[in-house]
Design a protein around this ligand. Structure first.
Ligand code: ATP
Length: 359
């Protein structure tokens, strides 16, 4: 796998005085399923549109397979599927999918074959004569996908492709996209603001913040080892406790969190004594007990249970401890402990359950 197949090199894009993409560099490998993720307005779509050719960078270059991407959109070996699907309402499915090929003067017999293959790929065989209004939302989405794939792009760009679908259909379509990606081996770049969607589909992802990249990695790397409070909070839920590194030893640090307590964390990253840090702990890494937890009072805090949210496969608990609310997620399996709102409880965590982030 060539690691710099799609090479974005120090690209910036401004709109008036506003910088939407700020000196951003990123390499996407051939055949990769890559997600651009971030809150609304962070520049995801602008970056995708520059790859597609609908926007031009003010600075920097984008190359694909060693060649600069400077052609107009329809001449680029990339194709984009839009959130709105942008289907022609007066054309049937076959003509919608064939549109790009017809513009390229592909012979009719080849167009027919390729359209049929694309429709089969997205499991729409037999629906070629329908008009878009005669299709369900999910079917329209797949027509748009077939239309983007029929030109056999080197890179398929997907801008929030599942946003218009309901939750169940969205989950089914996520699996279909993963299957399609595996079958085709095409490079997929998807834009989404939905972190679960990105984690479920992408092999690697970039979390964006104000036109820059906050972190790039596999879903596991980003979830388990976020590099900042921003990334930790954007991907999944996290409990943050502020403190200062009080002591360091070969295994980790002791962190003084003032009234919130004194904690011991085993972590490989060295942070100097006196550094202000946040302790970040995922809700599922916290333990909740009525009695003083085993290991006495190491990494344990006393509090009051103030909220219980049953989610089927897990239950989320909120515990007030001092002036902070901690969220704990317990899987609903086997015999569950019984808690009631108002219970005096202990919240605790193992030495290696938390990460230390510099503030
Ligand atoms: P969303 O998830 O809401 O689509 P996004 O991360 O995709 O957000 P972009 O659409 O890339 O964000 O926009 C980034 C910023 O650039 C936004 O603040 C937006 O208002 C601004 N922007 C985008 N296109 C233009 C334009 N043509 N003219 C002026 N400002 C623009």
């Amino acid at each position: 796998m060539s690691s710099d197949f799609l090479h974005i090199d120090r690209v910036s894009r401004r709109f008036g005085a506003f910088t939407a993409i700020d000196n951003l560099s990123l390499d996407i490998a051939q055949g990769e399923f890559f997600a651009l993720l971030g809150p609304s307005g962070c520049g995801k779509s602008t970056l995708l549109r520059m790859i597609a050719g609908f926007e031009e960078p003010d600075a920097g270059t984008i190359t694909l397979d060693g060649k600069a991407l400077t052609q107009p959109p329809h001449r680029r070996p990339v194709n984009m599927m839009f959130q709105s699907y942008a289907l022609f309402p007066h054309m049937n499915v076959t003509r919608n999918v064939a549109f790009g090929l017809r513009q390229e003067d592909v012979p009719s017999s080849a167009v027919r074959e390729r359209v049929a293959a694309a429709l089969s790929l997205v499991q729409l065989d037999g629906l070629g004569d329908r008009k878009p209004h005669q299709l369900s939302g999910g079917q329209r989405q797949r027509v748009a996908l077939a239309r983007a794939l029929v030109k056999r792009p080197k890179v398929l760009l997907l801008d929030e492709p599942l946003a218009a679908l309901d939750k169940k259909l969205r989950e089914e379509t996520q699996s279909q996209l993963v299957r399609l990606h595996r079958e085709l081996g095409t490079t997929f770049v998807i834009v989404t603001h939905d972190q679960e969607e990105a984690m479920m589909m992408a092999q690697r992802m970039a979390v964006m913040d104000h036109g820059q990249i906050a972190q790039i990695g596999t879903p596991e790397e980003i979830y388990d080892r976020p590099v900042s409070r921003y990334v930790a909070s954007f991907i999944g839920n996290v409990n943050l406790i502020e403190g200062v590194i009080a002591r360091i030893d070969p295994l980790g640090s002791q962190i003084d969190c003032g009234p919130a307590g004194y904690y011991r964390i085993e972590h490989p990253n060295r942070v100097a004594q006196g550094t202000p840090v946040s302790i970040a702990i995922r809700p599922e890494k916290l333990r909740l007990t009525i009695d003083n937890p085993p290991g006495k009072a190491i990494n344990a805090m006393q509090g009051t249970l103030v909220e219980i949210g049953y989610l089927g496969d897990s239950t989320h608990y909120r515990v007030r401890t001092g002036d902070r609310l901690m969220t704990i997620a317990l899987a609903n399996q086997g015999k569950m402990p019984r808690f009631a709102i108002g219970d005096a409880v202990w919240v605790s965590f193992a030495l290696d359950a938390a990460i230390v982030l510099e503030r």
